[in-house]
Design a binder for this molecule. Structure first.
Ligand code: G3H
Length: 255
């Protein structure tokens, strides 16, 4: 569970889903957030880049932060198809996801690239949500902690602060599968991440970083997962596409 100084954060990653016609779902989230929820939970939504500007416009002043799902490490240049952190900020984005396992698996993204992208994000004034997590084979081989340790070390910039960086632990085998680690496994990894942050940044700073859990978070399991020690929120994929489900998860974080 989040400590008093770490406000829970629920982040919705729409992945490659959403057309202009999906905007009303987001607008419903924004509307509901303007009630008491706003005081107890931070919300972020990461639509596809095509919807970034319209989502940023519809949440203006409402407090839901909108971000992008990836960025290039360079601010501009001959990188066809990519967008930079500066462009995300220019479009009204406030955050960016880097190192998501789908970028690592489908685009061969390395820890060093995730780190360079996170550095670019900080330079552009964005919050970087940095994803780490082991595969099923790595967990079965007893390597989960070591993989998480090396991804964390390799992907986090030295300049990371609790205000500019959020860590998201997403076991790859739990993403989109309906499977989740046990509560004890989640507690073990999140506690381990907190310890590794303390080794690198000191106890005080480490205590202020938010560490999200991601992987098959749904309204039905959110409360249990979100009340585990050192779980400060969730990075939600599929369930973030439906306003009711996403809001139910946000309310679980608040309660
Ligand atoms: O970024 C979100 C995660 O990959 C989790 O996705 P999921 O909730 O659909 O399992």
């Amino acid at each position: 569970m989040s400590s008093p100084e770490r406000k829970p954060l629920i982040a919705g990653n729409w992945k490659m889903n959403g057309l202009g016609a999906s905007a009303p779902e987001f607008v419903r989230v924004v509307g509901a957030y303007m009630g008491p929820l706003r005081n107890s939970v931070d919300l972020m939504v990461f639509p596809p880049a095509t919807l970034l500007t319209s989502f940023a416009t519809s949440t203006r002043g409402a407090g839901v932060l909108v971000g992008a799902q990836d960025c290039h490490a360079e601010p501009f240049g001959p990188y066809t198809g990519d967008i930079s952190a500066e462009m995300i900020a220019d479009a009204g984005g406030k955050a960016v996801i880097v190192g998501h396992s789908e970028r690592r698996a489908c685009h061969g993204e390395t820890d060093a690239q995730a780190r360079a992208k996170a550095e670019a994000a900080l330079h552009a004034g964005l919050i970087a949500v940095i994803c780490i997590g082991e595969t099923e084979a790595e967990r079965k081989a007893g390597q989960a902690l070591e993989i998480v340790r090396s991804q964390l070390e390799g992907s986090l910039p030295d300049a990371a602060t609790p205000k500019t960086v959020v860590v998201a632990y997403e076991p790859v085998w739990a993403i989109g599968t309906g499977l989740t680690p046990t509560i004890d496994e989640v507690a073990e990894i999140h506690g381990f991440i907190r310890g590794e942050l303390a080794r690198r940044f000191g106890d005080e700073k480490a205590a202020a970083f938010r560490i999200l859990y991601g992987g098959s978070v749904k309204p039905g399991n959110a409360a249990e997962l979100l009340h585990v020690a050192d779980v400060d929120g969730a990075l939600v994929g599929g369930a973030s596409l439906k306003a009711d489900d996403f809001l139910a998860i946000a309310n679980a974080a608040a309660g």
